[in-house]
Design a protein around this ligand. Structure first.
Ligand code: BDR
Ligand code: CA
Length: 309
């Protein structure tokens, strides 16, 4: 199996992504590293531990990471999307386990990748702070990873947190600019495709009887996220942003990508926009997902959530 580190800010859709990854024999989840984003990092770290408890996968380490972006103040918690506890306010008990804190997430990423050169895939599904910090510690990281699979950005579609920015990139635009400019093999799973991977109320309801912890988490955490969409855009469903990035690793053939230079806007009111036109010469190319067989991805996610992790 492909060794992966999931860098995450759980988050309702992060929980789904983590569950799908752990249920997939193609992937070996080495650790969850945590980051600010959907909530403060102490909350997202606690959520990562709670998710692993619920999935009965306390063997997977959680390594706490950055509490805020590299070059600007933190963005406010997205409680309106993910709930006050960022995990759907279900009332899941706190974990009795602790996160690793003697190394920070960036150092952990560097150490792990150095120990297995060419093997590890990084899967950031939150703001890109930890990856930017890791590149600062070890500039050769770009040559040492197998690939980076980012959930974030919006190439040719509008943003979801501002008219031009997707939330993960907007939460740390300077870090994203470093990551998209680093010249490593990188795939961007952005809103161009994730807005098509929509779990409808019927899809979620159908998981009710599945009987697996993974399905249970999805069903229990969904109502808050469903309410957000119902209230803001009338959608009767939720976008499986983060799980789409995991799905790309399992079935890249279900996506189409274009090799494009991605520059991140860090000013002029369009902060966090991922601009794919007009990049300076020599800018590294990113494999930007522009198309998806959404029904097939949803069928894949459904099948994995019904498996034991
Ligand atoms: C991204 O923002 C977060 O709220 C989600 O967890 C996802 O990673 C979608 O824009
Ligand atoms: Ca996320």
């Amino acid at each position: 199996p492909r060794p992966v580190i999931i860098d995450t800010d759980p988050g309702i859709d992060d929980a789904m992504a983590i569950a799908v990854a752990l249920a997939s024999p193609e992937l070996d989840v080495l650790a969850l590293t945590t980051v600010h984003g959907n909530h403060e990092v102490d909350v997202t770290t606690a959520n990562a531990l709670r998710i692993l408890d619920l999935l009965e996968r306390a063997d997977v380490p959680v390594v706490a990471g950055a509490g805020g972006p590299i070059g600007r103040p933190s963005t406010p918690p997205a409680t309106f999307v993910h709930g006050d506890d960022a995990l759907g306010d279900v009332g899941y008990p706190p974990s009795t386990r602790s996160a690793v804190r003697d190394v920070d997430a960036a150092t952990f990423i560097v150490d792990t990748v150095r120990a297995r050169p060419g093997e590890v895939t990084l899967v950031p599904i939150g703001p890109l702070t930890n990856l930017a910090l890791a590149l600062e510690i070890e500039p050769r990281l770009a040559q040492l990873v197998d690939r980076v699979v980012v959930m974030g950005g919006a190439a040719r579609v509008p943003g979801n947190i501002t008219p031009t920015a997707e939330a993960n990139i907007w939460s740390d635009p300077e870090a994203a600019e470093v990551v998209f400019g680093a010249g490593w093999p990188i795939t961007m799973i952005g809103l161009d495709v994730t807005h098509q991977v929509t779990a409808t109320t019927a899809w979620i309801d159908a998981l009710t009887g599945a009987g697996t912890p993974a399905a249970r988490i999805v069903v229990e955490t969904a109502p808050v996220y469903l309410r957000f969409h119902r209230d803001t855009d009338g959608l009767e469903g939720i976008h499986c942003h983060d799980a789409a990035a995991v799905a790309w690793m399992l079935r890249p053939d279900l996506f189409t990508t274009e090799a494009l230079p991605v520059v991140v806007s860090t000013g002029d009111g369009t902060d966090g926009a991922t601009v794919v036109d007009g990049a300076p010469r020599g800018r590294p190319l990113v494999d930007v997902a522009v198309g998806v067989d959404a029904d097939a991805v949803l069928a894949l996610l459904d099948e994995r959530l019904r498996r034991a992790v």
